[in-house]
Design a protein around this ligand. Structure first.
Ligand code: BTN
Length: 326
């Protein structure tokens, strides 16, 4: 009921009468009054005017399930949201939930992670109240070979949602990172459980450095936040809801074709590596070339100095700019 009341208040530009809320949700005046008090305790500013009703003045910067749901218009993504004030890693929780339930589209989100995971066994700095630490459980009926493309779909969704919500133009550093002014603002960690020809589940973990004010010294040169780059705090629930909507749109088109063909132009425009010299670090060998963009399988196409082309597969290599992180 709290989610529905919140949505009614947020969808209205003016006052919503207590009676209308009661009629719409089939609940008593006292029940509505109690929810209004709970919302106020959570930090929502709600004005109550006799004979006019309730009006929402401001919302706190929180990422609870109620707050995100009140902003969502998706059909299959984030229908179920599990919110934790603190957890070890949303990817770990999401994998556990994926194993025990039919959780397609389930979103796990936390205010703080105590053991946030990055790629290649690294950690992920996930302080309280300033980032978006979330994991989406998917059970797509696609070949496991195609699952790595979901990371690229998620990166596209995040880049578009950041533009929509903040006006900031980030870029994709193939395949897992989003960068802004040469520093990382978002990382994606995709984990999968599968049989040779069947996906049990895919967990897409995404960390967005939204309102972080400072980073540990070791990563200060390579990491930044939307706040540090723009001077503006972002409403994290709004950005989360936007990522979910954008993801749903791309995901449905991706499932129809099981290919990145429909997004090639768009993706390559967001791709920071495009047209740049990159160094590819593969098990046992390193080489440089010019990144030309991705192909429909999501591989990065590299033009080598002898004029031949090589397709690089994500997960098997590391891609670096010649002069630093990007
Ligand atoms: C990377 O760039 O190395 C990937 C970072 C992924 C971080 C996110 S935060 C939410 C989710 N839970 C985790 O433990 N990791 C991912």
């Amino acid at each position: 009921m709290k989610t529905k009341i919140l949505k009614l208040l947020k969808d209205s530009s003016g006052y919503v009468s207590g009676q209308d809320i009661c009629n719409c949700l089939g609940v008593s005046r006292t029940a509505v009054w109690k929810v209004m008090n709970q919302l106020k305790e959570e930090g929502y500013e709600i004005e109550a005017v006799p004979n006019r009703g309730y009006r929402i003045i401001s919302s706190p910067d929180i990422v609870t399930a109620d707050e995100i749901k009140s902003l969502l218009n998706t059909r299959r993504i984030a229908g179920d949201i599990r919110y934790y004030e603190e957890t070890s890693s949303t990817n770990t929780v999401a994998k556990q939930l994926a194993e025990t339930s039919d959780a397609d589209g389930l979103l796990v989100i936390a205010e703080q992670q105590t053991a946030g995971k990055g790629r290649r066994g690294k950690g992920w700095v996930s302080p309280k109240g300033s980032g978006i630490w979330m994991s989406l459980v998917l059970k797509p009926a696609i070949n496991p070979i195609s699952a790595s493309m979901l990371t690229l779909v998620a990166a596209l969704a995040a880049a578009r949602a950041i533009r929509q919500t903040t006006g900031l133009e980030s870029f994709i550093k193939w395949p897992n990172d989003l960068v802004l002014n040469g520093k990382k603002i978002c990382g994606i960690l995709t984990e999968m459980s599968s049989e040779p020809d069947y996906i049990n589940h895919v967990v897409i973990g995404m960390g967005i450095n939204a309102n972080i004010e400072s980073f540990p010294e070791e990563i200060q040169d390579t990491a930044t936040s939307l706040y540090l780059e723009s001077g503006q705090k972002v409403k994290r629930s709004q950005l989360t809801a936007a990522v979910m909507s954008c993801f749903e749109e791309y995901y449905e088109r991706f499932l129809e074709q099981q290919s990145l063909e429909p997004f090639l132009n768009e993706y390559n425009q967001w791709l920071i590596n495009c047209g740049r010299e990159v160094r590819i670090i593969e098990a046992g060998c390193e080489y440089t070339g010019t990144a030309e963009g991705i192909n429909k399988e999501g591989h990065l196409v590299i033009l080598l100095s002898d004029g031949t082309k090589k397709e690089v597969i994500s997960g098997e290599v590391s891609v670096r700019g010649l002069y630093g992180y990007v």
